[in-house]
Design a protein. Structure first.
Lengths: 346, 346
């Protein structure tokens, strides 16, 4: 064709988790929450009128900023709302990276980061997340943008916030802490924005709040950093319905806590039972586990599960191709998975 | 700060039309539709369940593509769905432009284009839209991306599709025809995608379909061009609620036609009456007029309207600073405007 920039022509594009069409599929492949969102969300959506939809949305989603600021103990000026967490990632790459300004990552991590780097035409400085010294190596690389996914996808592990504070102090560029899964973890990094004007925390309503369908994420950072990111976002990047839904959802912290508690209970049960079957399952701080298949090849297990209409995530990548990433489902979904795994492993 | 790319530090950012907070304001400044969307839209939204919102949306909004393909007489593969028309513009800049690949524009036009060029770090080749030879000049510039807004914002004029076909044939790069306002025009350019694999048509649900609040736009182009654009868009760039709303809205062409007819009637009335008052008002093919204020300075008229809680758009830009851009409102809004203008002009 020749119409596109070379980087676009040459790239494969990001591949999302498969969405099975049958209603009876057990879908444990895209880290969705098996329990419903707060009932207040549906109420809020159903109250919307044609007049609400006729007008452009709030340009910076002030309703959400006001409520979430109270929940998070920050000011509304510390918050930028985005069309899912992915939109914030895109904004950060466009704001901080170019051919002369690389991004630094500890791999394996969220596979979208290198795709966005490719789109932006910036170099990716990669190091291994599993080595103890990876934060020191990131500090040494000292890139204009450093991204840490914490807790990490797909490895489920969690870096203590004190260690991230040390890293933030060493870097002269921006440290983006992707907390998409933090609702299931033991701590979070919000307090760092008081000490560092260079730290951005990414949050998502997709996982803990059961709202993957509404595409709503947000960033938390020093007000000056937020101001700069606002220049890069689309003028009206979140819609009226999503703002209404996200605002009442984050206002209902009781519902979140209840939901997270149920997932943690199932996470413990799945982890224990899979260990009993011989899988290596590290403790998880997310709503999924990354299980190493010891008795049979991970790919074989994955395919045998697909045959049973059970979908988990398999990555044919070095260091991951012996593992399965499994979303914590509802009890009956996890039961079906465990029965199937018992059959497959034998 | 120093954290951002230089282009971001130096830019001012796009300024959206002011959103007045009082409910009794007459809001004719952001080209919203004064009549409500199809009642089917609210029905569709109210049918959504918590389960719909828990899951990620359709990655490429197949429901919308299937219905709109029928309406437009194209194939679903010819359509990309985006988070408002602005998202498609951003995608195109990222797909086709960089430091070595400029964009060509005929000014004055939608003021977001040069902002996006600034973000992407590409040169803007500008020529005057009002000169008869501007299409010839665009052909000569032969940029990797040429954008024509048609009908144009803020000048309301319409370039015949045959002339755009000639331009498309002369260019070796992509021709993006921004048809955000085309529902109010006499013709459209969809047929060009059969003859040119380099033409992209931008559409929006914000204006004709009264759905500015849902952020839903789409592009129509050759399937290979769409495939490339898909690599650049965020994985889940439109949400489940917006897909549901947009799909039933575009399926209700009766409602659209009825709505557009009412706006055209009011457009004629406003145009005639403002001409009688001494404004120069060119015929419009959009849902707004661009009126040159002859008797008093446009800025003075704008400010006197604001004092009366009536909001129109004033651009303090060369060639536009003697004009007001006025959205076609509902009859009672237009009446209030006309009364106020009579008072102000004297």
């Amino acid at each position: 064709m020749g119409y596109f920039r070379k980087a676009i022509e040459q790239m494969a594009g990001y591949i999302s988790g498969f969405q099975p069409k049958t209603a009876d599929a057990v879908k444990l492949n895209t880290n969705e929450n098996p329990w419903p969102c707060s009932p207040k969300v549906l109420e809020a959506i159903r109250k919307l009128t044609a007049e609400n939809l006729q007008k452009y949305p709030e340009a910076v989603a002030d309703s959400f900023r006001d409520v979430s600021a109270v929940v998070l103990g920050v000011n509304p000026e510390n918050i930028i709302c985005t069309n899912g967490g992915d939109d914030l990632l895109t904004i950060c790459f466009r704001a901080f990276c170019d051919a002369d300004r690389p991004v630094a990552l500890a791999e394996p991590t969220y596979s979208l980061y290198p795709v966005l780097a490719g789109l932006q035409g910036c170099e990716v400085i990669e190091m291994a997340r599993d080595s103890k010294g990876s934060l020191g190596q990131l500090a040494q690389a000292n890139a204009p943008l450093t991204i840490i996914c914490n807790p990490n996808a797909p490895t489920c592990d969690f870096i203590p916030i004190d260690e991230l504070a040390v890293l933030a102090g060493q870097l002269s560029g921006v440290l983006l802490i992707d907390e998409a899964y933090v609702d299931f973890a033991e701590d979070n990094a919000v307090r760092l924005i008081n000490d560092f004007d260079s730290v951005i925390i990414l949050r998502s309503m997709s996982k803990g709040y059961s709202l993957a369908g509404i595409r709503f994420g947000y960033g938390i950072a020093d007000a000056a950093l937020i101001d700069g990111l606002m220049k890069v976002k689309d003028s009206y990047n979140v819609d009226t319905m999503a703002i209404a839904a996200a605002t009442v959802a984050i206002g209902d912290q009781m519902h979140l806590k209840d939901n997270v508690k149920k997932i943690k209970t199932e996470r413990s049960r799945l982890t224990q039972q899979m260990r009993t079957m011989g899988f290596e399952v590290p403790d998880s701080q997310t709503n999924f586990v990354l299980a190493r298949s010891v008795k049979k090849e991970a790919k074989t297990v994955y395919e045998a599960l697909v045959e049973r209409n059970i979908f988990v995530r398999y990555f044919s990548l070095l260091g991951l191709d012996d593992k399965l990433r499994i979303t914590i489902g509802a009890p009956e979904q996890n039961d079906k998975l465990l029965v199937a795994l018992t059959e497959i492993i034998g």
